[in-house]
Unconditional design. Sequence first.
Length: 295
Amino acid sequence: MTGASHGSVDWRGLLVKRPYPWERDMTVCIAAACTGTANGDKERKIILCTDQKSSSALGSAETARKEIPLGNKWRCLTSGDEADILALVRLYRTQFADAENLKAETIDASMKAPLHQRKAELAEEYVRRRFAMSHSDFLRYGKERLPAEIFYDATQMISQLRLKAELIIAGFINGDAEIYYTDSAGEARAASHFAVVGEGEYVAHSSLLRRAQDDWTTMKTSLYNVYEAKRLSEAVGSVGRKTFMAVISPTERRRLTSLEFDKKLKTWYKKFGPQPIPDEGELEFEGEIYFEKDQ
């Protein structure tokens, strides 16, 4: 999660052991590769899904837009602090504006470069705010000019700086689906079949594993699998109830799911999704619960 870290200090100087509610991810974002098979279509596609909940110290609303275009038909799903998200998205848009950065041999570096740049910016801001010097001067002269304990403390703080944003970045290279996800440490990792970020990550991820979602799953089945994973993640109170779904492909424009299909997804979820356990009186069992030899 990307909120305030354990052991941080609040405005009163007191230790904060848990993030405030408005500092948590408050979201779930899912991207899943699949194969479109309608009318013989074997083209790879990527399903994008988010909730729409945003939150602050004053309350929350389901109005957030968490799917953002980056350029050259790549899309980004966002989770975390709005200011950090915007800063990262600007860097990625600059990186993705050049198609040369989006080839198989350059894509890994292109995914990592904005994260490294953002962490360098945070280090620069921290050092200038605390010592009124640049980060490069701190590295060059800090050990000589500052007391040893202060220099060591600052070095530790810089090493522990975290990005308050997590992203999923999805697109295509030579027709093949590419999905990456980033974390608060500034790492970017490729996902084989699907990626999930946000506070509802663990619930949604386990649901997709249970459904054996992979990039050969048909688009219709994948749409249901992703929808089910998102709905199950709503068990985490900070995940919004509204569901936004879109499909991207290498050759077509991005398409949103229709209202009619959204209703069908709800119907399927009621039929195939995890069902509530019946009342205790309905749990009838005539046999022996315990194995006799264990007694």
